[in-house]
Write a protein that binds this ligand. Structure first.
Ligand code: C2E
Ligand code: CA
Ligand code: CA
Ligand code: CA
Length: 279
């Protein structure tokens, strides 16, 4: 993009070059982070009324050597754009299953469940189900402890393929959750045809539950829809006891959010488990 007149680079050229350089750096850094295991799994407790910890959602963090602990906001979208998410997602799944294997060997943690986020790019890889089944075999876990969280974006294309991949994995005991429900382009027809176990009410509807009648109406509808389809409904982003009470009144009994706990590093999550079970 050359500008008329000058023979040097225009401001526009420079910013573009700058952006391209930054992207290249981030791509190299992400690849290096994978090689050097700078990624860390955090665990956010998931509970069922009246306060029983069922397990956790696995949330990725990047322990960057210079910039400290980074949230997915800083790198997940980029990883999706570049396709690096496929390798990252495999890393997360493998380490989540390894952790399940450890827990499954001890009676007090044997029944813990983990929810792992799967990006649409990952799910659309031709060998996705083989990869998942390989990891399960390799870690020798009971696959019914594993839940995969998908977002509505997977519904946009390849619907038939996605359904068959999900069916293969479901047959092995893996369960599926539809994340951020209500924020994307869900079609109720598609929803009915997906082999789902759980619907997650997006945090945005929970946030204004007390003050926004529309949000409360939407939350109510999602919970009812889930019940009608025979799905478990989990509310995310529960921050206050007031939100919890409304959700309970609306018929939602599965919760996740800061009211219970933020996402925690492994050792803190294990402490949380001990405390929550009255230890
Ligand atoms: P998500 O799957 O919707 O995960 C829930 C996000 O909400 C997490 O943000 C969590 O820390 C945050 N959260 C939970 N409870 C509360 C609450 O009570 N209040 C507020 N304000 N926030 C709460 P986080 O960890 O920053 O992750 C952001 C997103 O990054 C996730 O949204 C998910 O889409 C993506 N992500 C995280 N880990 C992975 C991964 O391993 N693979 C993929 N593909 N995506 C991931
Ligand atoms: Ca999620
Ligand atoms: Ca979510
Ligand atoms: Ca969300």
């Amino acid at each position: 993009v050359k500008q008329a007149g000058g023979n040097g680079l225009s401001f526009f050229d420079i910013t573009l070059q700058d952006q391209a350089y930054q992207r290249l750096t981030l791509a190299q850094e992400l690849q290096q982070a994978l090689n050097e295991e700078q990624f860390e799994l955090f665990y956010q407790p998931q509970l069922v009324h009246p306060g029983v910890v069922l397990g956790a959602e696995v949330l990725l963090r990047w322990r960057h050597p210079e910039r400290g602990l980074l949230s997915p906001d800083a790198f997940i979208r980029f990883a999706e754009e570049t396709g690096l998410i496929v390798e990252m997602g495999e890393y997360v799944l493998f380490h989540a299953c390894k952790q399940l294997a450890i827990w499954q060997q001890t009676p007090s943690t044997a029944r813990l469940e983990l929810s792992v986020n799967i990006s649409a790019k990952q799910l659309k890889q031709a060998n996705f189900s083989d990869k998942v089944l390989d990891i399960i075999k390799h870690t020798a876990i009971d696959a019914s402890a594993l839940k995969l969280e998908l977002t509505e974006s997977v519904l946009v294309e390849d619907f038939e393929n996605i359904v068959s991949v999900m069916q293969i994995l479901q047959a092995k005991g893996i369960r599926f959750s539809l994340d951020d429900f209500g924020t994307g382009y869900s079609s109720l027809v598609y929803l009915k045809r997906l082999p789902l176990y759980q619907l997650k009410v997006d945090r945005s509807f929970v946030a204004d539950l007390l003050t926004d009648e529309n949000d409360q109406a939407i939350a109510k509808m999602i919970i009812l829809l889930g019940q009608t389809l025979g799905l478990e409904v989990m509310a995310e982003g529960v921050e206050t006891v007031e939100q919890l009470k409304i959700l309970y009144k609306l018929g939602c009994y599965h919760y996740q959010g800061y009211y219970f706990s933020k996402p925690l590093p492994l050792n803190e999550f294990e402490h949380y488990l001990v405390k929550a079970s009255g230890g």
